[in-house]
Design a protein. Structure first.
Length: 348
């Protein structure tokens, strides 16, 4: 379903309306960068100490549950050959792409990650003038777990623990100074603890909630007239952004949506008489009829259930899912997609 609008129409002596909920034409995720530092625990076959490094990644929020990050990192460690006269360093440079499965889009966001790329492993050891090691570029694969925590909409931090596999090469000159664990080219696995800062750019702005109109006290009622006129019920409509009421493709009210209902809808229902409350969901023509009808009906029922839980008489509430059956404007499906979406805006 591309866009969804939910309307509450309250028909009675005093009527008003509420609504909107949208699933979005596509997930509008942000780009972000993650600079940080690393602690590398080296493979025992490398005969190297554990040491620090750094990294820089660029990420993109693709959907409600998926991110992708691309970046590079570098770490180095002193040799740990445990033989007299040994010196040198092990250096590893990584470049890769990671897919992150996000369990949540709240402030605390745990995730799993997996990725592929390239590794450059330099083993530059020296034992009493004998060079040990070599330089090799190979494939790289890694898996891990981590979490993000957002302090604001644009700033946060990320930490992860990952294991990185690649290929390294050590010359057999190591045999000249004893068995140092090198056997030519072999697969090594280093473990990294990474901690970095998150800075988002191009983050979508939230739609501000509509402020309720100030209440104006009615004037004192005049003396009863001999033949008072019967007031006809009237209908008023109020539309609220769907992003405030519901999450992406969800039919469960968000805390922000509950607050809007608490502040704008329920007080009026409890303070003014009414005959009936109509809760109606609407959609545009994009998406299948079955999906649009079902989602609009579930969201209408969700709002109805919450109004009932707050003391509104359930026998006076009617919930409907209108889907795309009552458009305000008719647009040709032959229009380019961007123009079609703009043309259909009044129907959402």
């Amino acid at each position: 379903m591309k866009k969804d609008l939910m309307s509450l129409a309250i028909a009675g002596v005093f009527g008003f309306g509420v609504a909107t909920a949208q699933a979005g034409d596509a997930y509008e995720g942000s780009w972000y960068i993650v600079p940080g530092v690393s602690y590398m625990h080296t493979d025992s076959d490398l005969d190297a100490d554990n040491d620090a490094g750094g990294f820089l990644r660029i990420g993109k929020e693709l959907s409600e549950h998926w991110d992708v990050q691309i970046g590079a990192g570098h770490a180095r460690a002193d040799e740990d050959l445990s033989v007299p006269g040994g010196s040198g360093k092990f250096k590893q440079t990584l470049f890769g792409v990671d897919a992150l499965y996000m369990f949540s889009r709240d402030r605390f966001r745990p995730f799993l990650l997996a990725g592929l790329g390239l590794a450059r492993n330099n083993i530059d050891y020296d034992v009493n003038g004998v060079d040990i090691g070599d330089r090799k570029t190979s494939w790289m694969a890694n898996v891990g777990v981590g979490a993000q925590f957002m302090f604001t909409e644009a700033l946060g931090m990320q930490a992860d623990l990952r294991h990185v596999w690649s290929r390294a090469e050590a010359e057999n000159n190591a045999k000249a100074v004893g068995d140092l664990g090198f056997n030519g080219t072999e697969t090594i696995g280093n473990t990294y603890l990474n901690i970095g800062a998150i800075w988002k750019f191009g983050a979508p702005k939230k739609v501000a909630a509509v402020e309720p109109e100030p209440y104006v006290a009615p004037e004192p009622a005049p003396e009863p007239a001999p033949a008072p006129k019967v007031c006809k019920p009237k209908i008023e409509r109020l539309e609220l952004s769907a992003e405030v009421l519901f999450g992406f493709d969800k039919d469960k009210l968000k805390p922000e949506g509950v607050a809007v209902l608490d502040n704008e809808v329920i007080p009026k229902l409890k303070s003014e008489p009414f005959e009936v409350v109509f809760v109606t969901g609407h959609t545009d023509m994009l998406g299948s009829n079955e999906y649009n009808d079902a989602l609009s009906k579930r969201r209408a029922e969700q709002v109805t259930s919450y109004l009932t839980s707050q003391g509104i008489d359930a026998s006076l509430i009617r919930a409907y899912g209108a889907g795309e059956s009552t458009p305000l404007v008719i647009c040709s499906e032959k229009l380019p997609r961007k123009e079609l979406i703009e043309c259909l805006q009044p129907n959402r």
